[in-house]
Design a protein around this ligand. Structure first.
Ligand code: FES
Length: 273
């Protein structure tokens, strides 16, 4: 039998062209629900993050030494001195240059270039395509081989930056067990620990992390430690989407809890004073 030949009209990807079907999709299920929920969730979180970024307040609970991950590290001279665990190398800055402005580009870069989030927002925001077997509205497709999407290849470097910030968050979570009155445990400590646990699981499950650990090896048998790590990371990697959402939502919840305690709206639930 003759092999199938690609059609000669339509949107091209290299030398290949897409099947030409007059219907936008033949799917009859609710394929639009997932992109809709994705765009709503990411939109809500973006609005919350923007409000908190420019609020520039309620990020530190001095009594219990809780520091929200959104403001860590707090490096400018306008930070509450005790919240600056790594000093204040930056001078006082204009009002719009709040501490998160220096952190968010790295965290946002890490999430935006993440393989899972790419799938999520390519579908939900760019509709490229919105779902499997649903035609996209765009006429051309250049993939990630040209600007601006070629920048997605920076993911590995954002992974390194996010890993450093994670270490900072872990340090904050551990030091928060010693407040103004000495050692203590409150609900805030548990929340900070769960937060770094989820962030660590999300970061470790990253595709770049998996490749760094087990990629480019010709013989796993000659690298037993890397092989062992690669196996563990591969298991986590299968849950990358769930970890992406859980860690993102929990960072916001952690920040919200600390903001509410710092502003005096609620008190911290103390387990050990
Ligand atoms: Fe998602 Fe690296 S692939 S964080």
């Amino acid at each position: 039998p003759r092999p199938l030949q690609p059609q000669r009209s339509g949107t091209e990807v290299g030398q290949l062209v897409r099947a030409q079907i007059s219907e936008r999709t033949l799917r009859t299920d609710r394929w639009w629900l997932s992109p809709l929920l994705t765009v709503a969730g990411l939109g809500l979180i973006s609005v919350y993050a923007a409000i908190r970024t420019f609020m520039n307040d309620y990020y530190w609970v001095s009594e219990y030494h809780y520091l929200t991950p959104m403001y860590s590290p707090c490096l400018s001279a306008e930070c509450v001195p005790a919240a600056s665990h790594f000093g204040q190398p930056l001078p006082e800055l204009p009002g719009f240059l709040t501490p998160p402005i220096f952190i968010i580009p790295f965290l946002l870069g890490f999430r935006i270039t993440c393989y899972y989030y790419r799938k999520a927002y390519y579908r939900a925001a760019w509709m490229s395509p919105p779902a499997c077997a649903v035609a996209e509205p765009h006429k051309t497709y250049t993939g990630e081989t040209k600007a601006p999407l070629i920048a997605q290849n920076l993911h590995r470097y954002f992974f390194y930056a996010a890993s450093l910030l994670l270490l900072v968050n872990i340090y904050d979570a551990i030091t928060a067990f010693v407040g103004e009155k000495g050692f203590g445990i409150g609900l805030g400590n548990i929340i900070l620990l769960v937060n770094v646990g989820l962030l660590a699981a999300y970061t470790a499950s990253c595709h770049s992390c998996r490749h760094i650990m087990g990629g480019k090896l010709k013989h796993f048998s000659k690298h037993p430690v890397r092989y062992w790590m690669w196996q563990k990371i591969s298991k986590l990697n299968a849950k990358h989407m769930q970890l992406a959402w859980a860690s993102l939502i929990f960072v916001c919840l952690t920040d919200l809890y600390i903001a509410l305690v710092a502003s005096g709206v609620i008190g911290d639930l103390r387990i050990v004073n």
